[in-house]
Design a binder for this molecule. Sequence first.
Ligand code: AMP
Length: 513
Amino acid sequence: MSNEYAVGIDLGTTNSVISIYRRGKAETIPIDGRNTLPSVVSFADARVIVGEEAKSRLHVFPENSVASVKRHMGNPAIQYKIHDKSYSPVDISSLILSRLVDGASENLNTRVINAVITVPAYFNESQKLDTRLAGEKVGLNVLRLIPEPTAAAVAYGLDKGKDQTILVYDLGGGTFDVSILRVEGNKFRVLAVDGDSQLGGDDFDEAIVKHFAQKFREQEGMDLIGTSSKEYRIALQKLKEEAENAKIELSSAQETEIIIPDILGRPFYLKLSREQFLNSIRSLIEKTFEKVDDALTISKISSEDIDRVILVGGSTRIPAVRDMVAEKIKEPYTSERVDEAVAHGAAIVAASFYLPEEDLSPVEVINVTAHSLGIEMMRPDYSGVFFQPLIKRNSTIPCKGGKLGSTVAPYQEEVRMRVYRGENDNPSENTFLTELVLPISKPTKGFIQVAAVFNLDEDGIIHFTAVEMVDNPKTRAYLENVSPDGLLTDFETLEDLTTNGHAKSVAVQFKGF
Ligand code: AMP
């Protein structure tokens, strides 16, 4: 037996899974005897509890417990204050990872170090960076972060012996992702990704909670949602859990009952039919199909070109979701181990490039950017600034993009280039990432041409170079060949110009995933 393993980890919003590829197949490593570990952390006096036990402590000790931390990855404003200590989303995630890795190491009888971790296709650079940091915090060598839908497609599509186009519809607890992939042999090329990072099963629970709260108000005259006292918060937490249970029950039954013997001192009872539930979530489900249509448009294919629809994520167990997928795209495929497919795909990718001696030919994953990356530029009529994408969303990684601009005032001494991520024409509607200041070596009365170049590498690191096109015959010859829209295509010559001192550049790198 090899004493070094590379594992695949699905660090989920609700549940997490750790898997390994061996003896020709991917298998889940059980933690606490179960294949999925609830992604919940609870702090007792001297103990950190992760998983099932933490989940059951959630409503008894909500102030000492953390669930759905994944929703806050990449958000520096979130800190959990527990027992006078402060924990970031990275800290909490690393506790979950630590439980998985310890469990797997025990099971495999060797310390697990190498891992591929999955992330939603829609995660941005800071969310990915936080995921990587959480892994590194527990001593993991994070071989790669791969998108969850891609992992699911790998788990499904490998060894099917048929080139095909797969659409992965992934509706989880907190997020919705759609990915379209072309599979050729062991090569998985992502054609398009889209999604909504604020749409998932939690919103369906919320719809039930609202329905319940309205009835409760009508009957008892108390407003459960609008009041923030501790008593109400605990009642609301309890109600959320009941709502989730009711929702899950409605996936197999036509009708369910919510019975709470004591909520704010009152017993409460509510009957909910599948039809009523569907009516309250229909518009949310429909939103997912707008994203599917966008992804099809970007891939330049129609739903008839899809060979397989794979369902991922707990919320795809809702019969209405499946029916709508069948109606709007195609009859979906579901594996019995839907909860484990993502981790299995990650394990296959991990093994394929970490243990080439395994009985597995390398799996190649060609990914795309989920967001556009660009800079703020002055409008040609000086009426204000706009967002100029240099790398458009859904570009295949690695890729480059660049744009020519100029100084805007005589004797300008520097050009400030602000980098944003997003899709909006207005920079302030996008996410600010960093700023690069290009000093102008020879300020003149006339305008000086400057270039901005992004180089997005395999690991998602953005190398940003700003170039002053110092006036000389070499730079003039280069500028003559730039198309009127100012978009750059010849990066090699530009690089030669700066290396040889004909143009002057400054560069910055910011780590992506
Ligand atoms: P995931 O993020 O993929 O783990 O999905 C978790 C979400 O799936 C949560 O919102 C769960 O309530 C939901 N879920 C799990 N099982 C079911 C089910 N049988 N019917 C409806 N929703 C479910």
